[in-house]
Design a protein around this ligand. Structure first.
Ligand code: ADP
Ligand code: ARG
Length: 344
């Protein structure tokens, strides 16, 4: 591995390039966590992909301490969360005030809420061994066999899935794409496709991705804007899975995830929403999303473009706010976006 201080081109805007000063680099370059994860491993994605927004990944919970001189300022900037803050969790759907903001279905196409989770006492995806990853697949797919009622479903490994089936699942927004270059450079695609897969119920309203960026991505989604129903389904699914799988969590940074943007709640609550008029005035659009701490993505997920005036709008903050607050951020912003679109 290259032990030289990386140089970034002038146009690089990543948080890595901003916060990896020579002093930070020198103080961390010879450190290693107990799973053998180094600074070079943590920064490789941002070094190889200079268009990264963030550019770093953790190999284990320990990485957040060992490389704190780099991770802390990134966490602080992304989440407005300081080293003395404590994370808090609230997964109680009764605390969410979110009546359907679009009961006629004119704007909101679909709603999706996901959380990332990783198993306690195991390395995260960037540092996990093939055997440990396969063990995660076994443990999680077996736990999912006991889901009952509308949450019951089937686990489909990617290994052996036909091109046709996976392409359709991706196109319909249910499955992750293969070959993401940020994940590739982070070591998250090693041994692909072994150990990866998707569980879903018949209706595809409850899904679990296994061994993508995080060991689990637990997802609840459905057509339309009944955000509370989507949140309620997600929280029951999480409690069911927690009966047999212990997740990695600490009181400072919440649920441990491989990317620092997902720490805390690890929750992204989004709608696919039609805003063709507002899209003609991106400054006004962005002023509303900034005010409500929201992020705008395209409709084929992160790093994709919008199509037909439809956008993916989701909460940006995940740490130092509760799950209910994450969804509330998204809800309040969506109400404001719809009101603006109607007025145009
Ligand atoms: P993640 O949310 O898991 O971090 P992505 O942004 O890549 O990752 O999204 C994963 C998939 O979920 C993509 O196919 C995306 O289009 C789909 N998706 C996200 N939000 C919604 C939504 N509200 N309705 C339907 N599909 C969605
Ligand atoms: N590593 C990528 C970047 O820095 C993605 C960061 C956030 N998204 C994520 N899926 N973790 O741009």
């Amino acid at each position: 591995m290259n032990q030289e201080f990386p140089t970034f081109p002038k146009e690089c805007k990543s948080m890595l390039c901003k916060h990896l000063t020579k002093e930070v680099f020198t103080s961390l370059k010879d450190k290693k966590t107990s799973s053998g994860f180094t600074l070079q491993d943590a920064i490789n994605s941002g070094v190889e992909n200079i268009d990264s927004g963030i550019g770093v990944y953790a190999g284990d919970e320990e990485s957040y301490d060992t490389f704190a001189a780099l991770f802390d300022p990134i966490i602080e900037e992304y989440h407005s969360f300081s080293v003395d803050d404590k994370h808090k969790s609230n997964l109680n759907p009764n605390d969410l005030k979110a009546p359907n903001p679009d009961p006629e279905g004119k704007y909101i196409v679909s709603t999706r809420i996901r959380v990332g989770r990783n198993i306690d006492n195991l390395p995260l995806g960037p540092a996990i061994t093939k055997e440990q990853r396969n063990e995660v697949e076994k443990q999680v797919s077996s736990a999912l066999k006991s889901m009952s009622g509308t949450l019951s479903g089937v686990y489909y490994p990617i290994n052996g899935m036909s091109e046709e089936v996976s392409a359709k699942l991706i196109e319909d927004h249910f499955l992750f794409k293969a070959g993401d270059r940020y994940l590739e450079a982070a070591g998250l695609n090693r041994d692909w496709p072994e150990g990866r897969g998707i569980f879903h119920n018949d209706e595809k309203t409850f899904l679990v991705w296994i061994n993508e960026e995080d060991q689990l991505r637990i997802i609840s989604m459905q057509m339309g804007g009944d955000i509370k129903e989507v949140f309620t389904r997600l929280t029951s699914a999480i409690s069911e899975i927690e009966k047999s799988v212990k997740f990695s969590y600490n009181s400072h940074i919440g649920y441990i995830t491989s990317c620092p943007t997902n720490l805390g709640t690890a929750m992204r609550a989004s709608v696919h929403i039609k805003l063709p008029k507002l899209a003609e005035d991106m400054d006004t659009f962005k002023a509303i999303t900034d005010k409500h701490h929201l992020q705008i993505r395209g409709i084929h997920g992160e790093h994709s473009e919008s199509e037909g005036g439809i956008y993916d709008i989701s909460n940006k903050r995940r740490l130092g706010v509760t799950e209910v607050e994450c969804v509330q951020d998204m809800y309040d912003g969506v109400v404001a976006l719809i009101a603006k679109e109607k007025s145009l």
